[in-house]
Design a protein around this ligand. Structure first.
Ligand code: WTA
Length: 644
């Protein structure tokens, strides 16, 4: 029997969506999407209200929503709240170092800053449609930069601050981006992240960038290139604090966000203006059951989609107040998250299972030290949550009374897709609940046949489009089609496996492709392999994930060396450094297993299934090995396995 947590009276009181409302909305959104979405478009402020709702097909792939609508995203996130109530708080900022004073930006101030930055970007030459790369610490100017692009109709590409210069350069080149917004440096856990130096190194590789705007934050000494680089604080005073919002077509691009897949380099997932914003707005209000005046804290970084949708676009388009936190959960002490919740009286807290697992390890005392009575709702995202961590979250952080929304979604979906709704659905630890309005999940087997009924597992597909769906891969529509719509013709393939249980609740079982999820960060095994073979000593590399207590998945790399190269600890350290240089510290392998050979079929295909089993320390159940060219290779790998 699953453990079930029914909807509490407190969660049901005043909810936007009880069980009956969910049934009606969900039913209508699937049966009559036109009427359903017509009823939602007034969530946004339009220059021209759309008359066409969804207009999409997946063969050939052409996805459009609200296509005749015209709006400006920054107006929706700022002007309408600033006009009604300029003093309303938009962002409360908490620095990495608890001794640094907080910043509080009202909607009026955030609008002024955004307009100023839009004018500064325009002075640098940024025009509608241009791609602007943003690599920033978690400071309000990160949101300002994104919204300033939206105001001008420029397309932002936010690159997570933990990526290496080489990774930044690759994204700049792919997006053909000639503008960068960054900061001198970020602070994380008391350590300096030299962002400007990373940008400088990236631009040495990729010189097409014409202008760089640098926000002074840490005060770190940085080199400024005359004619290319300018300080935000120097230009800020000289530009107007009003900026006319560019009227944008609903299907004009809003942003590109690079994400990893099974093959090749990260792809630039492209989201457009209206459908994305409406999805972020509707899911934000409904999933978190947001109530006016509440303080919402999403602990993600703006470099990931969770930060885009639930720090910036969802909450601000709803006129909410968000907490933005620069630091990490465990610094200066392991109780930092709880200290911040208590200090600011956070009402809704949204984090990743990997953070909870690392905090759980510290026991209950760090949580108990703080008054968490302001909390009303908890959420998780990014990877499956193990039931043990869910129960700890519920009992210790939620005092056994707070609902938890476990939200399943992806960069490509724009916002939450499956979750228990707090006022409508009983929750089961580890389950992602039910599909959101308009979401049509299904399970298919390896041959693409639908798996009907309940208490079944398979590959997770979606059978209908929703407004938040990514429209293409930037510059490579064919890759978009191949990645998502080719495995199962006419269906969107998520890359995840799932189970629909006896009650119709959905459980995400993890990726079924060559993507691994390390501390909630998505990485392609192919990317790590390509970094490893970039090292002069390496002949071949095969990378797989394995279960990791804290990170969810760890990275296990099997490497063969070129003839004549001797393996050593120094070489292993060098290989690890190569991965950090090429991608960033998040991709650093936990284990690098040097081996004279990889297990291959007689036709030369690497048998990853076997490598996964060995990495998982499950070598007792290797399955069929009869197609192996040389069974002795496997015996040697098992004997030398590094994860025991
Ligand atoms: C995984 C993050 C289980 C999943 C928003 C998905 C989850 C990938 C959950 C997307 C969840 C995300 N339960 N698995 N609640 N949320 N995932 O693009 O494998 O960084 O395909 O988007 O994370 O990761 P991405």
């Amino acid at each position: 029997m699953d453990d079930i947590y029914p909807v509490s009276a407190a969660a049901a009181a005043g909810t936007r969506c009880d069980a009956a409302t969910y049934a009606a909305m969900h039913g209508q959104a699937l049966a009559d999407p036109d009427t359903f979405w017509r009823g939602q478009v007034d969530r946004l402020q339009w220059v021209r209200k759309p008359r066409v709702m969804g207009n999409w097909r997946w063969d050939p792939v052409n996805i459009r929503w609200f296509e005749d609508g015209v709006l400006n995203v920054s107006v929706n996130c700022l002007d309408r709240w600033a006009a009604a109530d300029p003093e309303r708080l938009a962002i409360i900022w908490e620095a990495d170092d608890p001794a640094v004073p907080n910043r509080r930006l009202s909607y009026g101030e955030l609008l002024g800053e955004t307009c100023r930055m839009a004018n500064a970007l325009a002075d640098m030459g940024v025009r509608r449609g241009d791609r602007v790369t943003i690599t920033m610490p978690m400071i309000p100017e990160a949101a300002v930069a994104m919204l300033a692009c939206a105001r001008l109709g420029a397309v932002h590409s936010v690159v997570f601050g933990g990526f290496s210069p080489e990774a930044i350069a690759g994204r700049i080149a792919d997006a053909d981006s000639r503008f960068v917004v960054t900061a001198d440096a970020g602070m994380r856990g008391g350590k300096v992240v030299p962002l400007k130096a990373h940008v400088d190194a990236a631009l040495a590789i990729e010189p097409r960038v014409a202008a760089v705007l640098v926000v002074r934050h840490s005060g770190a000494e940085v080199a400024m290139v005359p004619g290319r680089d300018r300080w935000w604080h120097e230009v800020r005073g000289g530009v107007a604090k009003v900026s006319p919002p560019e009227p944008m077509g609903a299907e004009d691009p809003l942003f590109i966000l690079y994400t990893s897949g099974s093959t090749g380099k990260p792809k630039g997932v492209l989201h457009t203006q209206a459908g994305y914003l409406l999805w972020a707005n509707l899911t934000f209000e409904t999933v978190f059951d947001y109530r006016a005046g509440e303080l919402f804290w999403c602990t993600a970084d703006v470099g990931w989609v969770t930060g885009h949708s639930y720090i910036v676009y969802g909450p601000l388009s709803a006129g909410a107040t968000v907490l933005m936190f620069e630091g990490v959960p465990t610094w200066p002490e392991v109780d930092r998250f709880w200290a911040v919740v208590a200090k600011h009286k956070v009402n809704i807290f949204y984090t990743a299972p990997t953070a909870l697992r690392s905090l759980m390890r510290e026991g209950e005392a760090p949580v108990e030290r703080h008054d968490l009575s302001s909390l009303r709702l908890l959420g998780t995202v990014g990877e499956p949550i193990n039931p043990e961590a869910w129960r700890w979250y519920h009992r210790v952080v939620g005092k056994g009374r707070l609902p938890i929304v476990d939200t399943w979604w992806q960069t490509e979906t724009g916002g939450a897709m499956m979750t228990p709704l707090p006022g409508a659905h009983p929750a089961k630890p580890g389950a992602a609940g039910f599909p959101f309005f308009g979401v049509a999940p299904a399970l298919v087997d390896a041959d693409g046949r639908f798996i009907e009924g309940n208490d079944v597992s398979g590959n997770l597909v979606l059978t209908a489009s929703w407004p938040g769906q990514a429209r293409t891969v930037y510059g490579d529509h064919q890759r978009f089609v191949e990645t998502y719509f080719t495995a199962y013709h006419g269906l969107y393939f998520t890359g995840d496996g799932a189970r629909r249980d006896a009650d119709g609740q959905w459980w995400i079982t993890g990726r079924v492709d060559d993507v691994i999820n390390v501390s909630g960060h998505r990485l392609g095994t192919a990317e790590v392999e390509s970094a490893l073979v970039g090292h002069a000593a390496v002949a071949e590399a095969a990378v797989v994930g394995f279960p990791h207590d804290i990170k969810g998945q760890g990275i296990y790399a099997y490497v063969t060396l070129k003839a004549g190269v001797e393996g050593s600890d120094a070489l292993v350290a060098d290989l690890r450094a190569e991965v950090r240089r090429s991608i960033g510290p998040i991709a650093s392998p936990d284990h690098i297993h040097l081996t004279p050979a990889l297990p291959k079929t007689r036709s030369g295909k690497i048998m990853r299934r076997i490598l996964r089993k060995i990495a998982e320390n499950e070598h007792g159940s290797l399955g069929d090995v009869s197609t192996l060219a040389d069974p002795a290779v496997v015996e040697a790998l098992v004997a030398g396995r590094l994860n025991r």
